[in-house]
Every structure is written in C-alpha cells, then in structure tokens.
Ligand binder design. Structure first.
Ligand SMILES: *[C@@H]1O[C@H](CO)[C@@H](O)[C@H](O)[C@H]1NC(C)=O
Ligand SMILES: *[C@@H]1O[C@H](CO)[C@@H](O)[C@H](O)[C@H]1NC(C)=O
Length: 732
C-alpha cells in the first residue's frame, strides 16, 4: 500500500482535495533497522554453521548422550533463528497513520453515518455492573451526533442487576451527555473523570452532576451487594423486568430485549439510543461465547438502528478520547484509501498499570511497533475490542462488491419480532458464524474473523493516537495474566492448524509479510518447547560441566555474543522509545520467559490434547476486581502468586533448578582452578541471568510472608522436584 498506488480508486472529487487521513513512513529509521536485522541474520547463520560442524563433547566419551544434546541444541537454535526471521515481518515496513478530524467536520458536518456501539458483558460478578455502566456512559458521550449513535449492551450473564444498572445509566445519561458536551469533559467515563480530578473541587455545575453520579453508583453497588433490584426500579421498568421468568437462570432464559432510550429522531434531550439485549440461552444449545453474542447483536441492531459502522468494546474498556469515532471515520471515509479498509483497530491499552508494568500487560512494543508493521503489510489483526467495523463487511461483503445503500431509520418493528433474531435456533442452517458475522469454534474468534475479512480482499488500519482511545483493566496478578495468555496462545495456535490457517487459507490472498505477521502470534504456543528445553539444558549442562558454547576466547564466540547483546540492546532501546522504563523492560523480559515456560506451554499441550480428541476448550473470563490487600501489593509492584496452579509449579521448579545448577557450578568454580569459566563462560551468563530474572519467584517462595506469596504446597513440591532432578543427574 505504497504512496505510489494511492490513486487506484479514481480521481478525488473537486473541493475535497485535502485527504482525511495520511500514512507516513520513516525511511531513515527503517533502513537503519534493516541493516541491523541483516547483521543479526548473518550471525544466526554463523551460529547454525558452528552448531552443525562442532559436536558437543562430554568428558567420558559417551557418544549417545553427546549426540542427543547436540541435536537438541541444533533444533532449538534453528527454531530460534527461523522464528526471528518471521518476527522481522512486523518491523520491516511500518506505517504511521494520521487523521484530520477537523476536515471531516468541515466536509460532513453532522451528516455522518450511523454508529452502533456493541458492549459485551458476560458475568455480573466478575464484571461488576458499575464498571459496565461506566463504559456505556463513556460511549454515549462520544463526540458524535446523538441521533446517529446507538449503544447496545449484550449481557450474556442474563442478569437483572446489569439490566437495573443500565436503567439507572439511561436516566443519568440525560444529565451526563449534555454536561460532557457543554464542558468538553474528558474522559467521558464518570468514574474515570472523577478519579482524574482526584479530590480537586469542581465548579458548581460539575458538583451537581458528580453528586448525581455518586448517588447512582451507590444505588447500583448496593443492589449488586444485596443481589436484589430495588422495588421502585421494578415498578418503573416493569416491561423490562417482566421479561425475566421466575425460573430464569443465566444459562436458561428467553431473549430479553429492551430499548431504554429511543433517540433515533432528533428530539429535545438528544441522547443516543440505548438498548439492552440478553440473547436466549438454553442448556441444549451451544452459545458460542462472545462471538455468538456479537452475531445476535448484529442481527438485532440491524432492525433497530442499523448503523453502517460498528464499534465493538469489552465491557471494561471505556472511551478515553471522545474523538475516536471521528478519527476512525477519517480513515473509513477517506476518498483515496478508505474504500479498501474494512476495519480500524485501536490498541488495547490499560489505565490500571503501574509504572514499571510488572506483568508486561501493555505490550508496549506490540502496540507501538509490531502493529504499525502489520499495518504496513496490509493491516493489523482484529483483536476483539476497540475496533470500528463496516457492518456489511463483517456480515460478509467481499472487496469490490457494491455497497448497499441503507442508512435510513428502520421502520418500527415490534420488539417481539426482533427478539426472534436472538433466539438459540435462529442460526440453524444459516451462514452465521461461518461466512457471516464473527466466526465460531475458536477461542480467539476475533483474530480469525479479521483474517477472513482480509482474505476477502480488504485491508485494515491501525490507529494509535497519543491520547489513547479506549482504556481497559489489565490483569492485576500473575495467575490471571498467565491464564489470559494461555487462552490467546492456544487460540492462535489452533488458527495455524485450522482450515483458516494464515499459511494456506491466506496464501495468495494476503501479502507474505502479513502471513508472517500472523505467524508471529500463531507460533507462540509451539515456541514454548524450544525455550523450555534450551533454558533447562543450558543450566543442567552447567551443573554437569558439559560445555555447550564456544570458549569466550574463541572467534566463534563472536556471533553468539553479538546476537545476544545486539538483540537485547535493540529490544531495550525499542522499549524506551515506546516510553517504557528500564525496569519495565526488565519486567517484560521476565514475562517473556514466564509466558513461554507456562502459558504457552500449557496452550500448546491443550491444543495437542484437543487435536487427539481428549479435551474441550473453555472460555475463561479474567476477573476485573482485586481485593484490597492484593491491590496494595499490585501498587507496590510485588508479584502476586497466592493460588495453587500447575503453571506456578512449573515456574517454581524451573526457577529452583536454575538456582541449584548455578550454585553447584559456582561451588565447583570456587574449589577449582577457574577452568570452567573459560569453557563455559556463556553458560554461566545465561544461567546467571535466569537466576536474576527469577528473583521475584525466589522471594515469593522463600522470603515473603504476605498472602500473595507462593503457597507453601507449591514451594515444597518445586524444591523437591528440582532437588530430585539434580540428584538423578549427579549420578548419570
Ligand atoms: C487499578 O489500579 C489501581 C492502582 O494502580 C487501584 O487503586 C484500582 O483499584 C485498580 N482498579 C481495578 C478495577 O482493579
Ligand atoms: C485519558 O484521557 C485523559 C483526559 O483527557 C488524558 O489526560 C490521559 O492522558 C488519557 N490517557 C491515556 C493513556 O492516553
């Protein structure tokens, strides 16, 4: 998508000369990167050459053992090298996008396409109604003509409490939306607005609104705590609440649909349309998780407001930049390039992250580097939240097909007829979940849906304004983080093996760069195995005194040293460019290791088990609230363990193993002549780094006393396992 072929889509109309958006490239930086990249590639080739030609030698002449160690090292190094080449795709050709929303306003005024916002929630306990309400309110106050904007809340929890909270929000919106517009309030989520002000006082107009919000929040929280909806609300919204049967449960209930605010005509209060939907759920029908909810929303909204543009948000992601819809439209309505773009993805960013981002949640480099690279290759992945879609494209329109002209207000249809569209049986024998809407059958349905859209000829765009468009809640403990990563790695790996694999499904339809870009993520799970083996083998061989790498004094050491130092120095520099801190980078390196040696490994195992037919995947929602003490520890950036998990057992065992191997080697060094240091210097460095990086684990296992420490059980098991491994090894 170079500058040169911008004009493929016919002449620009008169008077519309200024483009709404622009893509830029930074040639100097890209060339410098490519030179660096080639130099590392050459050294990787040298490493391969060294490994192929130089055998591993143990003292006692045991060829079998030597050969196996050598082979494992060879395979791992080939894998690392190839994976490195794959990741180059996302740095080879980055583009930066800029939008000009003032031009959009001049050209279109209020004559913008309808926008339907889909907010999805699934559980009133894990995702508290007040959090959901704040997200909903933040989007109702987007800088967008209210008669063109509709907000749909899909509640897969089928919870009266969530519905009740939404009725409260509908009332409060009548004050909040005009207030935000009048005083240009940012951010437009009331809770975030309050906390951004701290204890600073507001002017009288704001005081009143804030007071109203506090009262509403108190009512919602009380209702949530008691698990009971206040009687007044039941009376007032009787036609809504009456849709819950006496025996309705979250897994067994009819469709519940209520239009709480119908703002489709320009009228006096002018607040956006607000709709609650809880699709039908029956135990005997599979509900396809969030993808199923999205598809029900697509159908239901098509009969109510039928927005041409759809924004999809997780319930914890509030709008922090009320201009984001206009920014997205600058891309989609751009006369030159807009026609070929199917969706505009904003980054998933969090406001709940501490300074040094202990769990690497922000994925700074992913957002600020890799996604720009994907954009240069044809477009970013669809990541399931913070994404503006064209309705007809997500419903199956191919690139080049005529667009349907329908942006008119739908005729009023009986809600009873619309409800049918959200029933369990509606999708039987239809293309929904296959060629239409969000695809089913994969834990990361969003990625596969985005890929299918790109394979139909569309591009996508990545927009990352300085002021982040949407802010979510990041996992605040290690376990949540690892569970989330496990699901992602598993889903991405499944895509690679499925009929929608970017490799064969995408071949010839999307660029090679983009295929490789997808592969970076799809290969997360399998990349766990070489990382695990390599790190364990390096430590164990240090323990046994088997040198695996060239002597530090040898010429052959140069490529190993260069790759290690250069790649890490570059990664640090990149992280600092992305406004991270040094400790943040260090934390991210730790998470890099932990994700591979736990989440990805389990994701890999799960996928393989499923392939051979042993297990089914379950969609795990990650909790959005933390208890008070844990929140304190999170603020202090102390790593949170606290639960017994097989993933922790693995991490603990590996950490202990590294520690013992290092200790044994250091003891041998102290009693010997220092010969080890010459032959195994590099192994000392690798194992030493592993030990240092594992420090929070040792602390959590051996030193800490608080509730967030590693459970005793896990610590004991880890130590026993590591000791037995070392003892066995000492006798082989
Ligand atoms: C987010 O983190 C802050 C501390 O940085 C904490 O006070 C707050 O409770 C957290 N919010 C949630 C929803 O976890
Ligand atoms: C969110 O919005 C506020 C208020 O406009 C702004 O100060 C802050 O920088 C934004 N946050 C991010 C992460 O962009």
């Amino acid at each position: 998508m170079g500058k040169e072929d911008n004009n493929r889509f016919g002449p620009v109309h008169k008077g519309e000369g200024e483009p709404l958006s622009e893509t830029r490239r930074k040639t100097g930086r890209v060339i410098a990167y490519r030179i660096f990249s080639v130099s590392v590639s050459l050294c990787i080739c040298l490493i391969w050459f060294y490994r192929v030609t130089v055998p591993v030698e143990t003292d006692e002449n045991r060829t079998g053992l030597d050969r196996s160690i050598w082979l494992v090292m060879l395979i791992a190094e080939i894998w690392f090298g190839l994976y490195w080449v794959v990741t180059q795709s996302s740095r080879w050709n980055p583009v930066w996008r800029f939008t000009f929303s003032d031009r959009l306003s001049r050209r279109y005024g209020n004559n913008l396409p309808r926008l339907d916002v889909f907010v999805c929630t699934a559980d009133p306990v894990i995702e508290p109604p007040l959090l959901v309400v704040n997200t909903v309110l933040s989007v109702t106050a987007l800088d967008y003509p209210p008669e063109k904007l509709a907000v749909y809340l899909s509640d897969d929890g089928g919870s009266e409490l969530t519905f009740y909270a939404l009725t409260e929000a509908a009332e409060f919106a009548k004050t909040w939306v005009p207030f935000c517009k009048r005083f240009k309030v940012e951010p437009t989520s009331p809770a975030a607005y309050l906390s951004s002000k701290g204890n600073g006082l507001f002017d009288p107009a704001a005081e009143e609104v804030v007071e109203l919000y506090r009262e509403m929040a108190a009512r919602i929280e009380t209702a949530s705590r008691l698990g009971r909806v206040p009687e007044e609300a039941r009376l007032k919204y009787g036609d809504g609440f009456s849709q819950w049967d006496a025996d309705a449960t979250r897994r067994n209930h009819g469709t519940i649909l209520q239009i709480l605010v119908d703002g489709r005509e320009e009228d006096t209060i002018a607040i956006p349309t607000l709709v609650y939907l809880s699709r039908e759920k029956r135990p005997q029908h599979h509900h396809n998780f969030k993808a199923g909810a999205m598809n029900a929303l697509l159908r239901v909204s098509s009969k109510i407001t039928c927005g041409k543009i759809i924004l999809n948000l997780d319930c914890d992601m509030y709008a922090n930049n009320s201009n984001s819809a206009r920014d997205a439209l600058c891309i989609l309505l751009d006369e030159k390039e807009g026609k070929e773009i199917a969706f505009v993805q904003f980054p998933q960013w969090f406001d709940n992250v501490t300074r040094n981002d202990l769990y690497g949640s922000l994925m700074r480099v992913g957002v600020n580097v890799e996604f720009l690279g994907l954009d240069g290759n044809g477009g970013p992945l669809y990541i399931g939240t913070g994404c503006f879609h064209r309705r007809d494209v997500i419903c199956g329109r191919k690139y080049g097909e005529e667009e349907e002209e329908s942006d008119k207000i739908q005729e009023m249809i009986e809600p009873e007829m619309i409800k049918d569209l959200a029933s369990c049986t509606y999708e039987e024998n239809t293309q929904w979940g296959k060629e239409m809407g969000v695809k089913y059958g994969c834990p990361v349905e969003d990625v596969i849906t985005g890929l299918a859209i790109q394979c139909r000829g569309w591009k996508s765009a990545f927009l990352n304004p300085n002021k982040k468009a949407f802010l979510g809640v990041a996992p605040t403990n290690l376990h949540q983080m690892l569970v989330q990563q496990r699901r992602w790695s598993e889903g991405d790996f499944q895509i690679l093996l499925s009929e929608y694999s970017p490799v064969w499904y995408g071949r010839g339809k999307i660029s090679l760069g983009l295929i490789l870009g997808y592969c970076c993520y799809c290969l997360w799970a399998p990349s766990s195995v070489p990382v695990l083996i390599y790190s364990v083998l390096t430590s164990l061989c240090l323990f046994k005194g088997i040198p695996l790498f060239p002597k530090v004094s040898s010429w052959w050491f140069i490529p190993f040293g260069y790759v290690t130092v250069a790649a890490n120095a570059y990664s640090l520099a990149e992280f600092l460019w992305c406004e991270g801190t040094f400790r943040g980078w260090w934390n991210e390196q730790r998470m890099w290791l932990y994700r591979r040696t736990s989440s990805f490994l389990f994701g890999f195992k799960d996928t393989i088990m499923k392939l051979v037919g042993v297990s089914e995947s379950a969609f795990v929602i990650t909790a959005k609230v933390a208890e008070e003490e844990a929140a304190e520890r999170y603020k202090d950036e102390a790593m949170e363990f606290g639960v017994e998990s097989p993933m922790f057992l693995l991490l603990g065992t590996l950490a202990m193993l590294n520690l013992f191997c290092m200790a044994a080697a250091v003891m041998r060094l102290a009693s010997g002549d220092g010969g080890d240091l010459k032959t195994m210097g590099f192994q000392f460095v690798i194992t030493g780094i592993l030990v240092v990086i594992n420090w929070p684990l040792y602390e959590g296992m051996l030193l800490r006393k608080d509730k967030g420490k590693m459970p005793m059980n896990v610590t004991v098991k880890s130590v026993v396992l590591a000791v037995s491994a070392c003892t066995c090894l000492a006798f082989v």
